[in-house]
Design a protein. Structure first.
Lengths: 305, 455
């Protein structure tokens, strides 16, 4: 780490850079002083002969080459003054790649402003029917959402499917926008102690399976029903969940964290915290608006203008 | 002698003759193509357009994608082999007749000659003190040079931006910054290289000029001075009998030096500066005619022929040596291969990318699903429907739409879900193939991918 805390390398690089220019200048001065011995002035040969017939000639370089050399050295001096290069000296112009990037992004955003302004003027339900907006939405989704939700938005284990009608936190455009902007934390606390014995937990799992008509042991399910009270606080007595809390609907066949007795038992025992990260700050409100329409459009028909 | 020396300006004298004629023929051909091509239309678009922003390269009926760069490689290989072949046969033909550097120098020199006069007039003008006549002539010459340069730069940019729109933008002064930069950059390069640098580019900057010498041998046709016939050189009157005066055929008029665009004396033998333009051969033939001597004191011949006094037939028999035959055959084979491959090209491409986030999932219907993204690139100029099929696992099928419409010369990403019945294949990674058929055509592609079954 001392490379980064001491000035040593910065000074080293600066010295090498300056010496490089000085060396070039000296070499150039020296070479322009040198006189070549010409053996026979009429044909410019130097008298050196190799391989029987190969004679060395002096073909002087045109003087404009010399000026090009000098020009590059002058350029180098001005470059070192203006731009980063001399060790850690940042240059008089204050140029950084970060600044340039920020400027380019700002410029691009400015160019995009009128396009997004037209999108902002429409409600998400209408925007979902605008092919141009949806093409933008697709690109935004691919770059920012598909990493978890998949390119086809159908998710995978732990990452919700966005194309069905099942919503943990609500599927209205407003709710979707809220989810994207602020993110969500889905919390299932470990409930084993509240439910009872390990056997009780297993029974509850079978009751949960029975709610969606999935294969289950009906005796265990009947026993588990009595213990479901602990779950009903969030999932509701009917098990249909509560979008205000973000609790899952247990009566459909959608199993975000795995299907079957074992998956449910481990969920009740260990609980789970599942997180959708907030996109606020990463994406502009206009981009989030387009994404909202795009995601809403997976499971809804757009409303004509 | 210093390592650096001021370069002397060269004033090539104008010349007429067979090589000068062919030089102008090649100047005309190359420039008609260069200036004319961007104005040609093909259907509703420019016939030759390299659209860098959308990464499509239109060459008449062809629409090329960046993925087709192999054809550029092929073109470069053909160019390189052509150079080997031409150089082995007759030296620096490229330099003398087709290289933009010499072609533009020739055009600029022509303008210079029209404005300032021939060699001696130009030398006199440059030596003369400042006068109104000098000012007018110089200004007029530079005005013409700069106009031609800007037109050249404009044409160059016209290969990358539709030239008609570019012309409108030019007149409405709404040209984009980069377009403007490249027009003037290319114009500046033309003006500087053809107006001022000229032979200096060939002598000091061009790597190409140097390595062509490596392809010469003693059977290469080169511009040569016939030393045996010419020496001893010397001036004489028309009436003098050279044999009696113990003189060779060279009358030492130095016209061959005066016409040389690189300022060398061909009588010193083959030199690296010689671009093989044949100007000295032309002017010497004219002089020989006037003197009543045989032509060809300076002529295209080989070093072996010069030594052995070969006839033209003998020379050509040696020129067509195995080296030339092999170059010709390889060149023909590659040109043929390139044409066949272009002719048999499938006018679309497909890129299959397995979805990076979802390895595999179980659907509500109880099937195992993998997700792929297919990029379909339409390289035809019609809207085209593509039919997708998947093969490689029992009962594998595509759940998403199998008919995909792609706009002309556009590419499109589609998400494709492939399903197999749960438990029908063992856990692991299985190779599968996507088969893509362009509807109502015989064009067909197969792309490989994998299907993952979780443990």
């Amino acid at each position: 780490m001392s490379d980064f805390t001491s000035n040593y390398w910065s000074i080293f690089v600066a010295v090498v850079s300056v010496l490089g220019i000085v060396y070039c200048a000296l070499l150039l001065w020296f070479s322009s002083q040198v006189k070549v011995q010409v053996h026979k002035p009429d044909d410019l040969t130097t008298g050196h002969v190799w391989d029987e017939t190969l004679q060395e000639m002096n073909n002087p370089l045109p003087r404009w080459w010399l000026w090009l050399f000098i020009l590059t050295m002058v350029f180098a001096v001005f470059y070192y003054i203006a731009y980063p290069g001399l060790g850690s000296f940042g240059g008089q112009l204050g140029w950084t790649s970060q600044n340039e990037y920020d400027q380019e992004i700002a410029q691009a955003n400015k160019a995009l402003e009128p396009i997004y302004a037209a999108f902002d003027a429409q409600a998400a339900e209408q925007l979902a029917g605008d092919p141009k907006a949806m093409a933008v939405g697709e690109r935004l989704f691919m770059n920012n959402c598909s990493q978890c939700h998949g390119s086809d938005a159908r998710g995978s284990k732990g990452f919700p499917n966005l194309t069905d009608k099942d919503w943990l936190h609500g599927g209205s455009p407003d709710k979707i926008k809220e989810t994207i902007t602020k993110g969500r934390v889905g919390q299932m606390p470990p409930m084993a102690a509240a439910v009872g014995t390990p056997e009780d937990v297993r029974n509850v799992a079978h009751y949960v399976l029975s709610m969606s008509g999935s294969p289950h042991d009906s005796v265990r399910a009947a026993l588990g029903q009595a213990k479901f009270g602990a779950c009903a606080a969030c999932h509701g007595a009917d098990g249909k969940g509560n979008q205000a809390l973000g609790s899952a609907n247990l009566t459909d066949k959608i199993w975000l964290h795995g299907w079957g007795e074992e998956a449910i038992v481990s969920m009740v025992n260990a609980g789970k915290i599942n997180q959708m990260p907030a996109q606020e700050g990463r994406l502009t409100p206009s981009q989030i608006h387009v994404l909202t329409a795009y995601v809403w459009g997976f499971s809804n028909k757009p409303i004509a203008k | 002698m210093s390592l650096y020396a001021a370069s002397k300006k060269i004033y090539p004298r104008s010349v007429e003759g067979v090589f000068a004629y062919w030089r102008w023929v090649f100047v005309a051909i190359t420039q008609i193509i260069f200036y004319g091509l961007p104005w040609m239309e093909w259907g509703t678009r420019q016939a030759v357009l390299f659209d860098l922003a959308s990464r499509r390269f239109y060459i008449f009926g062809l629409v090329l994608y960046p993925q087709d760069f192999i054809y550029l490689t092929g073109l470069l290989v053909v160019s390189a082999l052509s150079l080997f072949l031409f150089t082995a046969v007759a030296g620096r033909l490229w330099c003398g007749y087709a290289c933009p550097q010499t072609v533009y120098s020739e055009i600029f020199l022509w303008i210079e000659r029209k404005v300032e006069g021939d060699r001696s007039a130009r030398i006199r003008l440059d030596d003369a003190n400042f006068s109104l006549e000098k000012l007018v002539k110089k200004w007029y010459k530079h005005f013409l040079w700069i106009s031609l340069s800007i037109w050249t730069g404009f044409t160059f940019v016209g290969y990358f931006t539709p030239i008609r729109e570019l012309g409108m933008e030019f007149f409405h002064t709404t040209m984009g910054g980069w377009e403007l930069f490249w027009v003037f950059f290319y114009a500046f390069a033309t003006y500087g290289n053809a107006g001022f640098m000229r032979e200096q580019v060939c002598k000091y900057m061009c790597p190409y000029a140097r390595f062509q010498s490596a392809m010469f041998d003693h059977d290469t046709l080169i511009v040569t001075y016939d030393e045996k016939r010419g020496e001893p050189r010397g001036g004489r009157s028309h009436q003098t009998d050279p044999a009696a005066a113990r003189l060779g055929d060279c009358i030492d008029c130095t016209l061959c030096v005066q016409v040389c665009p690189t300022g060398i004396d061909i009588r010193k033998g083959l030199q690296y500066e010689c671009i093989g333009c044949g100007a000295c051969a032309d002017v010497c033939d004219n002089v020989m005619d006037k003197m009543g001597y045989a032509k060809g004191l300076v002529r295209y011949t080989t070093q072996n022929a010069m030594k052995n006094n070969w006839s033209t037939r003998e020379i050509w028999r040696r020129v067509m040596r195995p080296r030339v035959q092999i170059y010709t055959m390889v060149l023909l084979a590659i040109v043929l291969g390139l044409l066949v491959s272009l002719g048999l090209r499938t006018p679309f491409k497909v890129d299959v990318v397995r979805d990076r986030s979802t390895l595999s999932r179980i659907t509500e219907e109880g099937t195992l699903e993998n997700v792929y993204r297919l990029q379909i690139m339409n390289a035809s100029e019609q809207e085209q429907t593509y039919q997708l099929k998947v093969q490689g696992l029992p009962n594998i099928k595509i759940e998403t739409q199998t008919d995909v419409v792609v706009a002309p010369a556009q590419s499109r990403w589609v998400v494709v879900r492939a399903d197999i019945p749960y438990g029908s294949s063992p856990a692991g990674s299985h190779p599968i193939r996507f088969e893509i058929q362009a509807a109502n055509t015989r064009d067909y592609l197969v792309e490989k991918s994998v299907f993952i079954v979780p443990r």
